[in-house]
Design a binder for this molecule. Sequence first.
Ligand SMILES: C[S@@+](CC[C@H](N)C(=O)[O-])C[C@H]1O[C@@H](n2cnc3c(N)ncnc32)[C@H](O)[C@@H]1O
Length: 240
Amino acid sequence: MPGLIGIGVGPGDVELLTVKAVKAIHNADIIMCPASKEDRPSIALSIIESIIDKSKNQEIIKLIFPMTKDKDILEASWKRNAKIMAETVLKGKNVVYITIGDPYLYSTWIYMHRDLKEKYPDMDISVVPGIVSIFSFASKVGISVAEGAEKVAIIPSCYDLSSVKEIAKYSESMIFLKDGRYFDQVIEVLKEAGFPDNSLFAIGQDLGTDNEIIRTMTLGEVNDDTLTTKYFSILVVKRV
Ligand SMILES: C[S@@+](CC[C@H](N)C(=O)[O-])C[C@H]1O[C@@H](n2cnc3c(N)ncnc32)[C@H](O)[C@@H]1O
């Protein structure tokens, strides 16, 4: 039966794929995956590569999403790629679109799914959740994301940080995603918001890959050398 499934492939370790995700990938005629340029690898594809059954000759199609904050360019890429997916399903194909972590956390899937639901209300579209990078990181470091009455904020660190101080005043845990190159900007803000120097400060970079880096310290111990320099980074700061 032709249809489209958006699949979360987790944070990097192929063993963290759900059974449902593996079955859907094996049953697909076509696997579509995001990449920033035609000649750049797809991280989502690299996560599942070892479970692709080569004997099935499944077609793999890279969908290009330029790395930009230009809204017009982004919207054009979501619409173009949603159209490619829809036209393939309408040809009778069973398509899966794979995305890192979970499809509903800062993923291009969100915009394409919205566009497809509007333009093709009868299309069979479903979603398989994936393990979110935040929880993979929590397991590796051994920290709770939230306990008891604690409140947690998730902040995309490469956007406007003007509201972060107010949010931090009322949160026990702050989780920063999207581009570790901006993490240095939040340190003073957190201190001003009342995060004490002994707060846990944990950074994860390239989790689940051979280049994985994990550093834990206190907020008071942070310096330029302990920060991260890569887009694929997570920062958790937690009052203790
Ligand atoms: C566009 S968001 C996608 C989030 C993803 N949908 C999820 O559920 O984790 C990309 C950001 O997620 C975080 N991230 C996802 N996977 C990661 C990994 N393996 N290692 C470190 N950070 C990761 C980083 O903050 C990265 O900049």
